[in-house]
Design a protein around this ligand. Structure first.
Ligand code: PAF
Length: 275
């Protein structure tokens, strides 16, 4: 596999790669990432993955230092998945100077849900993804639905800046017990790991009630929060939203998604389900 540690090295190879499908990641790869790589391979001549733990998207009290860096194991997984090109820039390449210019997503998209609890997170994500897209110049970029709000913000960014890139969503990959795969699952203790699928079960339950015609969104959300709290979680939110813009739905809105974030011990998990 070709590993590009600098922007210049990638740029000099780009012309030979043909139509590129790009999967940006922060590494510590799991089956969710690998599913995105496979999806990418169906759509282009070349799959380019990136691994970069982006400090701009972590808050001061978040897990930037602790975030697992597992480059060697990640390269093995990429090789096995048939990925031949990896951009893994060192920090100095991405941020040679303090990053003074930022992509600032619209407030109505960033002050809610994840943005309410992670100030500046989406600004950091949008800024690094803009930079990665400018380096890789892909025809297609793939992002998982597990980070539903991130997917919406990045799709809007690409559209609003008229970038010639097709954004494709990837389905969430789950463990057999329903827990959405995430690099942060590795922080869970054995006992917490047994408890963790409750988040998914709570969302499934809420989805069933919505599908049965219940429109008391506030009550459904309160019940879900109570269920998690009673079982030792500290929920940030469980919220029913419109899929298109993640705003609160009216009673006539039909295209919905329910999103949740909650802490279990020291680990913060997020998940969502389209209704
Ligand atoms: O979803 C992620 O892993 C990150 O937020 C991304 C898109 C790679 C940007 O750092």
């Amino acid at each position: 596999m070709q590993i590009y540690r600098s922007v210049a090295a990638f740029r000099s190879a780009r012309a030979s790669l043909g139509r590129v499908a790009f999967v940006p990641t922060m590494g510590n790869l799991h089956e969710g990432h690998i599913a995105l790589m496979r999806q990418a391979a169906e759509r282009a001549d070349t799959v380019v993955a990136s691994i970069f733990v982006n400090r701009l998207q972590f808050g001061p009290n978040e897990d930037f230092d602790q975030y697992p860096r597992t480059l060697e194991a990640d390269c093995d997984k990429l090789e096995r998945a048939g990925v031949r090109h990896l951009l893994a820039p060192i920090e100095q390449e991405m941020y040679p100077n303090p990053q003074n210019y930022h992509v600032e997503p619209a407030a109505e998209q960033t002050k809610t849900l994840e943005g309410e609890f992670r100030a500046g997170h989406f600004r950091g994500v949008a800024t690094v993804v803009m930079k990665l897209l400018n380096i890789v110049q892909p025809d297609i970029a793939l992002f998982g639905k597990k980070d539903y709000q991130q997917l919406m913000i990045l799709s809007n960014m690409v559209h609003q800046f008229a970038m010639p890139i097709e954004v494709l969503p990837g389905e969430t990959v789950r463990a057999d017990d329903g827990l959405a795969l995430s690099s942060r699952n590795g922080y869970l203790t054995a006992e917490e790991r047994r408890e963790a699928p409750r988040l998914y079960r709570t969302l499934l339950n809420l989805r069933e009630q919505l599908r049965n015609g219940c429109r008391s969104f506030d009550e459904l959300e309160r019940t879900a929060v109570a269920e998690l709290t009673e079982n030792g979680w500290r929920p940030d939110y469980v919220s029913v939203r419109r899929r298109e813009d993640l705003q609160r739905p009216g009673s006539d809105d039909r295209s919905l998604v329910v999103l949740a974030a909650a802490r279990l011990g020291k680990t913060r998990l997020i998940d969502n389900l389209e209704i």
